[in-house]
Structure formats: C-alpha cells, structure tokens
Design a protein around this ligand. Structure first.
Ligand SMILES: NC(=O)c1ccc[n+]([C@@H]2O[C@H](COP(=O)([O-])OP(=O)(O)OC[C@H]3O[C@@H](n4cnc5c(N)ncnc54)[C@H](OP(=O)(O)O)[C@@H]3O)[C@@H](O)[C@H]2O)c1
Length: 293
C-alpha cells in the first residue's frame, strides 16, 4: 500500500533536505507531500513534490494538509510559541489518524534543568508523547549549515566570523545527515526499528570554531578567521541583524553551554542508522564552497 508522508518546514534548511532525500529514495511506494506557507513555493515545486499550504497560525490549513497523511516529519521554527504550534499540529494529526511522527528536536532536550531551546523542544516532545501517536525524536547538535546561514556573508566580505564560543568544541552535524536519519525512520516499516527512540545526532568529531576556521581556510584556499566575541558584542550583532530579544537571550544561553563544553558529545547514531559515516566538516566546506566566496 502507498504511504503518504508529509514534511513540514519543507522550505527550510533541514526540511528541504528531507524532501529531496525522500524523493530520491528508490524502490519505495510512497506519496511525498511538502507543507509550505505558500502552496506556490517554486523551489519545492521545481523538485517535483506536491506542495500543500500549511501555516501553523491558520488552523484550517493544518487540518486540510493532514488529511490522508500516514507519517509526519514535524519541524517548527525556533520561536517562543513553538510548543503551542506543536500542540496545534499534533491535535490535528491525531484527528487525521496520523500513525507516526518524526520530530526535529535539539541535542540536550533531555538535559535538566536545560536552557530555553532545550526546554522548549522537550516540552514539544512531551506533547507528542502524550498524544499517543508513535514517534521518533531527532536531537541534532549545531548544524554545519549555520556557517552558510549565519556566517557566510561575513566570511565573504570580511574573511572572518564572530561567535561568543571561546575555544570550546562542538560536534557540528551536516543537515544532510539529519535528513538521512529522518528518511530511514520514514521509510517503509522504518518506524518498526525507531518507534519511541530519541537519537542524539552529531558529526564524527568535535571542533572548536577556531578549528572550523582552519578547515574553511584550507578548503576555500582563502584565510578565514574566527573571532571570539563577548556576549555583549554578540547581543549587539544579533540585534543589528534584526533578531528579537527572546531569540537573542536564547542564543546567549546556548553559547553559554557551548563554552561550558556540553555540546562536544559524539553520537554513533548517523552511522548506526544510515550505514554511512557522518559528513566531515572538510567535506561540508568543499560542498558549500560557493556560498563562502
Ligand atoms: N540551527 C541549528 O543549529 C539547530 C540545531 C538543532 C536543532 N535546531 C532546530 O531546528 C529547527 C529549525 O530548522 P531549520 O533550520 O531547518 O529551520 P529554517 O531553515 O529556519 O526553516 C523554518 C521552516 O519553518 C517554516 N515556518 C515558519 N513559520 C511557519 C508557520 N507559521 N507555519 C508553517 N511553517 C512555518 C518555514 O517556512 P517559510 O518558508 O514559509 O518561512 C521553514 O520551512 C528549530 O526547531 C531549531 O530549534 C536547529
């Protein structure tokens, strides 16, 4: 029987990779749908996936998009009301008879007492647990792709990027590896191996931001400097980039636990679940070189 899989956050960094990899997974009878705030999203349409309108703030779009869905990849943007957004979605998923949810969470969601990003993701995970819908939680570390999203403009124009991380190490993960884990879980009968599990998802090594700068310099054949800044300067920088106070405070908390060394854990999950070693930072730098030049 053909299964219907709906990917939320499908225009974003992780969701777009999940859609691409689901579409290219061979030999599976499945019907892939991508949810976007605009059903006319041209990037998704060009991938050849069916695009459905779904806006977390418009309940009618949620119930319509979930009709007939068997499996859901659930990703909410990181914002203060993300637990409410998750509740709305999960309530509708239950009504629609969704049988399995793979949720994008965050490394350390189970840490006590945690910090704002981990606490909110854990609360959202609990909403899913309490719904009774079978689930798998993906808990990734910092994305390698953050270097593209947040730092590439600085690297292009100033040959430097600015982070309040000291010389602490983090096990950055490539979002393509997160997507590969999601695709395994969403594959036919994949859920049988992964139901009820929460996976920490990391790269194969922990790198300092200085170490990442060295690799970028080598792979891009241009000098890239990491500048360790104070929390105060980081606050100012994020404000200048348009971030709101809540987001800035959350990021400062996150860099605090980074400096304390809590994000250096190495998890075997990517290789165990996909059969492939996690993408190295050097490989990431080569694959995304054009974004930094
Ligand atoms: N960055 C990291 O290092 C990191 C690490 C671990 C976990 N995470 C978690 O990963 C998630 C972010 O993933 P990402 O980077 O792939 O996200 P992203 O690139 O920022 O994309 C967010 C997605 O959410 C959609 N969205 C936003 N508001 C919406 C709404 N009202 N209704 C429906 N869809 C909406 C966006 O659609 P539009 O195109 O319409 O805006 C987009 O597809 C967060 O939960 C974050 O906490 C991030």
């Amino acid at each position: 029987m053909t299964e219907t899989i709906l990917v939320t956050g499908a225009t974003g960094t992780v969701g777009s990779e999940v859609v691409k990899q689901l579409l290219s997974a061979k030999g599976e009878r499945k019907d892939i749908k991508a949810a976007a705030r605009s059903a006319n999203d041209s990037t998704l349409r060009n991938l050849g996936v069916q695009v459905l309108e779904l806006d977390y703030n418009k309940p009618d779009t949620i119930s319509t998009a979930l009709r007939g869905v068997d499996k859901l990849f659930l990703l909410t943007p990181f914002q203060s009301n993300m637990v409410d957004l998750t509740s709305n979605l999960v309530n509708e998923a239950k009504k629609a008879g969704v049988k399995y949810i793979v949720k994008q969470s965050v490394l350390g969601a189970d840490a006590e007492p945690g910090i704002t990003p981990t606490r909110l993701h854990r609360q959202a995970e609990k909403v899913i647990e309490e719904s009774g819908i079978p689930f798998t939680f993906l808990r990734p570390n910092f994305f390698m792709q953050n270097f593209v999203t947040f730092y590439s403009n600085f690297i292009k124009t100033q040959g430097a990027f600015y982070v309040p991380a000291g010389d602490a190490k983090a096990s950055f993960v490539d979002v393509r590896d997160i997507a590969a884990v999601a695709v395994q879980a969403l594959s036919k009968n994949g859920e049988s191996k992964h139901i009820g599990k929460a996976y920490d998802i990391t790269g194969a090594e922990a790198l300092s931001y200085g170490g990442a700068a060295e690799i970028l310099s080598k792979e891009l054949s241009k000098k890239v400097n990491y500048v360790n800044i104070s929390d105060e300067d980081a606050r100012k920088g994020m404000k200048d980039m348009g971030a709101d106070e809540w987001t800035i405070n959350s990021m400062i908390e996150l860099f605090g636990i980074t400096r304390a060394g809590y994000l250096s854990e190495i998890s075997p999950a990517v290789e165990q679940i996909t059969g492939n070693k996690p993408t190295s930072f050097s490989q990431f730098a080569r694959d995304y070189a054009s974004a930094f030049k």
